[in-house]
Write a protein that binds this ligand. Structure first.
Ligand SMILES: Nc1ncnc2c1ncn2[C@@H]1O[C@H](COP(=O)(O)OP(=O)(O)OP(=O)(O)O)[C@@H](O)[C@H]1O
Ligand SMILES: [Mg+2]
Length: 249
């Protein structure tokens, strides 16, 4: 059974049709890549799944629950976590405490003692154990993203939505990120990831959904998508000025 299902999801901003009937599913345990040229609607789709935007049409179900018009915090409670392009930790808490908050107040809830233990394990998992007692200000941007990931896992998230978390990484950092994603896969975490870096997408995603101008233009394995003429056209055609097309254009 699919964990996430989007059916005919449409969202517009004024006259701009950012999502025009998007349909796809993510199965439990899958890592699915969401790609497409700038302005294709990827972040809008993530924001719509997480309840930040309400679609005008269509339906989104998570684990059998209709979440289309639920408030973001209700969707989070059901087990959907997202990371932000700019992480927003609690600056007055330590790195460990930030993760503890996720564990203690997340979908499952936990005693403080258990939260501390689980948070320490998660920091180990994401490679931040040595920063547990630092303040978030002391972390690099990559470390902050790892902190966010630990927080999301700690809150009991069953679906992670990652929006361009690998932008601006060095080759070594990318290699570490790829390795972390493989370990997430081994843990059985379900991920929908927006990513411009094809090397990451090709290495970790079993399936890819391609958007262009708010529409799904292709879907398949990395090899299928990479060879798809529509995808090649969409990517080669992005050098012209402007992002998405206005509705009806
Ligand atoms: N809050 C908003 N208000 C008005 N227009 C918006 C808003 N958010 C997104 N858009 C527009 O919707 C379209 C889709 O934007 P979106 O950010 O979803 O694209 P994207 O695929 O994430 O692009 P990128 O790869 O650049 O991050 C764009 O034309 C964008 O300008
Ligand atoms: Mg985006």
């Amino acid at each position: 059974m699919s964990l996430l299902r989007c059916e005919a999801v449409a969202k517009s901003f004024g006259g701009l049709q950012a999502l025009a009937g998007v349909q796809f599913e993510v199965g439990a345990g899958e890592i699915v890549g969401l790609i497409g040229p700038n302005g294709a609607g990827k972040s809008t789709l993530v924001n719509t799944i997480t309840g930040v935007h309400r679609p005008e049409h269509g339906s989104i179900t998570f684990d059998g629950h209709e979440v289309t018009r639920l408030a973001p915090e209700r969707i989070t409670r059901l087990g959907v976590a997202r990371t932000f392009q700019i992480p927003q930790p609690f600056h007055t808490l330590s790195v460990l405490e930030n993760v503890m908050v996720g564990v203690a107040f997340g979908a499952r809830g936990a005693s403080l003692e258990r939260a501390a233990r689980e948070a320490a394990e998660l920091l180990e998992f994401v490679g931040l154990a040595d920063k547990a007692h630092h303040e978030p200000q002391a972390l690099t941007i990559i470390e902050l993203r790892r902190l966010e990931l630990a927080r999301a896992l700690g809150s009991g998230a069953r679906l992670l939505l990652l929006d361009e978390i690998h932008a601006g990484l060095t080759p070594k950092e990318l290699e570490e990120a790829r390795e972390l994603l493989q370990r997430l896969r081994a843990r059985g975490v379900t991920i929908l990831m927006v990513e411009h870096l094809m090397q990451i997408i090709m290495a970790v995603c079993e399936r890819i959904v391609v958007l262009e101008f708010g529409r799904k233009i292709a879907e398949g394995t990395p090899a299928e998508v990479a060879a798809d003429p529509e995808v090649i056209r969409a990517y080669l055609g992005t050098r012209r000025a402007g992002g998405a097309r206005a509705a009806g254009a």
